[in-house]
Design a protein around this ligand. Sequence first.
Ligand SMILES: [Zn+2]
Ligand SMILES: [Zn+2]
Length: 346
Amino acid sequence: MKAMLFETFGTPPTIATVPDPTPSEDGVVIAVAATGLCRSDWHGWMGHDPDIRLPHVPGHEFAGKVVATGKRVSRFHAGDRVTVPFVSGCGHCPECHSGNQQVCPDQFQPGFTHWGSFAEYVAIDFAETNLVALPEAVDDATAASLGCRFATSFRAVVDQARTAPGEWVAVHGCGGVGLSAIMIASSMGANVIAIDVFDDKLAFARDCGAVATINSRAVADTVEAVRQITKGGAHVSIDALGSPTTCFNSIKNLRRRGRHVQVGLMLGDHATPQIPMAQVIGHELEIYGSHGMQAWRYDAMMAMIETGKIAPQKLIGRKIALAEAIPALTAMDGSRDIGISVIDRF
Ligand SMILES: [Zn+2]
Ligand SMILES: [Zn+2]
């Protein structure tokens, strides 16, 4: 099969011909129909992810059709249209038994712990626990955009932050994660403030439901700007970018007993950012991470997509061929692209 392969970190990948995968006993092989390009692919390619062994095929958010199943897989069959959360739980450990497959210590991550979906085929382990059947109404490119950013944002806004109607939600960073969070929080009746450094991204954030925007380069103090709009601070704040500045601001701009959710990855030099811990204590702030979403929680998200309450397809930017994804990946840091790039030709 054709796949995007890199043999060293930080040097341009190539399109290589590699052996077709075969399913493990608990796994399936999926013919990839569409696969999204994400900032965590860039982190992986840069060598920021200790799970990656070289040579490596990236790609972790995708949709496709099952083409082969392992002997212990009975719930899914060749021809089924499926997607999978980027964190797939083993199904047998205490975390998985508690329903928290997203933090399974034996997790399978396509594109990180194993070869991923920037290829014609991808092998997925623990299929029975993690595969999600796709409704007819959700097309491949849309489904591909769910696996990482949209699902992680759904979990951040709905399950971790417990966002309620009428609350103020600040979203720092208007890339794929941020725009997803804005759309989801807004659909739940929250008042969302979008924060970024680019006016065109902020304009798109308004299209996605933000009621206010802050260009943090145009104001003296982003935290103060959030406090003024919300009359005292946000109930919920999300760092959707992942940087020491956005993380700090996202916690600092909370009102008393507010909830911060860290969704943007903090890797490499950014792994241990400064936190205003005195405020966390004195104001009883809650700090959460959001790391993917369990397959069983996709039902709620799919129902909202099918009824049109949320529209992840709106976040799809460019549809590109596998070879075009090489320059898109290597230029991802500081990318000005609006929306999510999806590979749909191999
Ligand atoms: Zn597990
Ligand atoms: Zn991702």
